[in-house]
Every structure is written in structure tokens, then in C-alpha cells.
Design a protein around this ligand. Structure first.
Ligand SMILES: C[S@@+](CC[C@H](N)C(=O)[O-])C[C@H]1O[C@@H](n2cnc3c(N)ncnc32)[C@H](O)[C@@H]1O
Length: 253
């Protein structure tokens, strides 16, 4: 097939692969200012616990040993700030995101937290990172990978920029398979979340996309196979909160 004809999903819609990133960028442009508030409202604060568990799993050194983290699709900086708090004086993070509006909110938050000397914000695409090979000790991506049109390219880039011995961790929504909880979760996702979006951010549509994109994301087993295909070793995954989210990990060895 001609590359220009390739299609992918944007929520439940089939779109040209080439168009997905622009549509995703529009979503995050419109939610950037309300992003952090909406995260708390939509997850009842649970996203904080999931992110804390992710940073625990990353386990950056508490000493002054140098450690560099690349947080891709890092948006407003949540993972980098948590990792900075959990680590010692040698820690530095780079938050890389394709959307300048999300990064601008992140930079303001870094200044308020006095973390702007340890956390840098860089505009860039997960599919083509502007960093040298083997330059980071850790790579994190939270609620970001499902927005990337060519996931295989992003995983290849993650592998390339990690040092040997570097750790990859991905936090992403997954399909709830617990009987009973799945119906409740569906009702909440397709009714309550878009309504919250309309009330708080003035538009339900971006939130409808975010929910639909969760349903289209590969099953954790299939995503684990993609990680192995990208070269990662000791690939593992762990469901949290009845499968609402899954933590994936792997090593560059
Ligand atoms: C749901 S937000 C997650 C933000 C943050 N990681 C968090 O957990 O709060 C998804 C982010 O992915 C970013 N994104 C989408 N496509 C991207 C790409 N191709 N490369 C880098 N970032 C991308 C968006 O701009 C957005 O900031």
C-alpha cells in the first residue's frame, strides 16, 4: 500500500496515518490549560497513585550519582516532577512533548516547584527523538503512547536513546476485564467523562477522543510483544485498579 493511503485510528474513527498527529495535537492544544484539573476530576485523583507507582518502579538513585530520565509525551511534567522528588542531587529529567502548549504549562509548574534547574522541557516527536544514541538511564511515557501514530517507531526510538542497562516504563490505560466493573467503567467513560469535559473545559469532544483511543489501544499482551520486537529484554506488565491502567516495563541489555 502507498504510505499516503495507510490508515489508523483516531478514537473510533479511521483516519489517514498522516492526519492522526494533527488531530491529536488539536486535542492537547484545546485541553492544555485544564489538563491537570481534568486529570484529577476524571480519575478521582487516582492518576496520582498510578504515577507514584510508576516512579517507584523506575527507582531513580537517591544519592548524588548522575541519572538522566527522558519523559516522552511528558506534557505538563507530572512524571518528571515526581521522579525529581524521589531522587538525589544527581537527577536530571528532560520532558519531551510534541505540543508546545502542554510544555508551556509544564515550564510554569517547574518554576513554581523550584525544579526548573533539574527538569528541562523540549519540543519533539516520540517517533523521531533529537537525542543521541544511548544517552538516558531511564525512559518513561505515561498516557502518551496511544496518541502516537506509529507506535513501533516510538519504541525503536526509546530503545535507541536508552543506555545499555537503561529502563523503559510505560503507563497506559487498558481494557477493564473484571465482570461488573467493565460495565460501570463503560458507563462512566462514555457518559460522565464527556459531560465533565463539557462542564469544566467547555468541550466534550477532546474527552470523547481520549476515551475512544483507550478502547483502540493494543491489549497488554500484544503491547508486551511489541516491546520485545523493539529489542527490550525482561519485558513485564502489571495491571492496576482492576485493569483500568497497565504498567509495562523492559530493559535495554
Ligand atoms: C494524556 S497526555 C499525557 C501527559 C503526561 N505524560 C501525564 O501523564 O500527565 C498525552 C501527551 O502526549 C503528547 N503527544 C502526542 N503525540 C506525541 C508524539 N508523537 N510525540 C510526543 N508527544 C506526543 C501530547 O501532546 C500530550 O501532551
Amino acid at each position: 500500500m502507498n504510505r499516503a493511503d495507510e490508515t489508523t485510528h483516531f478514537g473510533f474513527r479511521d483516519v489517514r496515518l498522516e492526519d492522526k498527529q494533527t488531530l491529536v495535537n488539536d486535542v492537547f492544544h484545546s485541553v492544555a490549560r485544564r489538563y491537570d484539573l481534568m486529570n484529577d476530576l476524571m480519575s478521582g485523583g487516582l492518576h496520582r497513585t498510578w504515577k507514584d507507582i510508576m516512579v517507584n518502579m523506575l527507582n531513580p538513585p537517591k544519592s548524588d550519582r548522575p541519572y538522566t530520565l527522558l519523559d516522552v509525551a511528558g506534557g505538563t511534567g507530572d512524571i518528571a516532577f515526581r521522579a525529581a522528588k524521589a531522587s538525589g542531587a544527581g537527577f536530571r529529567a528532560t520532558v519531551c512533548d510534541i505540543n508546545g502548549d502542554m510544555l508551556a504549562v509544564g515550564r510554569d509548574r517547574a518554576v513554581k516547584r523550584h525544579l526548573d534547574d533539574r527538569v528541562a522541557f523540549v519540543e519533539g516527536n516520540a517517533e523521531a527523538l533529537a537525542f543521541p544514541d544511548r544517552s538516558f538511564d531511564g525512559y518513561t511515557i505515561a498516557f502518551g503512547i496511544r496518541n502516537v501514530p506509529r507506535i513501533e517507531l516510538a519504541l525503536a526510538e526509546a530503545y535507541r536513546v536508552l543506555k545499555i542497562g537503561g529502563k523503559f516504563i510505560c503507563l497506559e490505560f487498558s481494557a477493564v476485564e473484571v465482570p461488573g466493573l467493565d460495565r460501570l467503567y463503560d458507563y462512566y467513560s462514555f457518559n460522565v467523562i464527556p459531560a465533565l469535559g463539557r462542564m469544566v473545559a467547555g468541550d466534550a469532544e477532546p474527552y470523547r477522543y481520549l476515551i475512544e483511543s483507550i478502547r483502540r489501544f493494543p491489549h497488554p499482551r500484544d503491547f508486551a510483544a511489541m516491546l520485545r520486537a523493539a529489542g527490550f529484554a525482561r519485558v513485564a506488565f502489571q495491571s492496576l485498579s482492576g485493569g483500568i491502567v497497565t504498567l509495562h516495563s523492559g530493559w535495554r541489555l
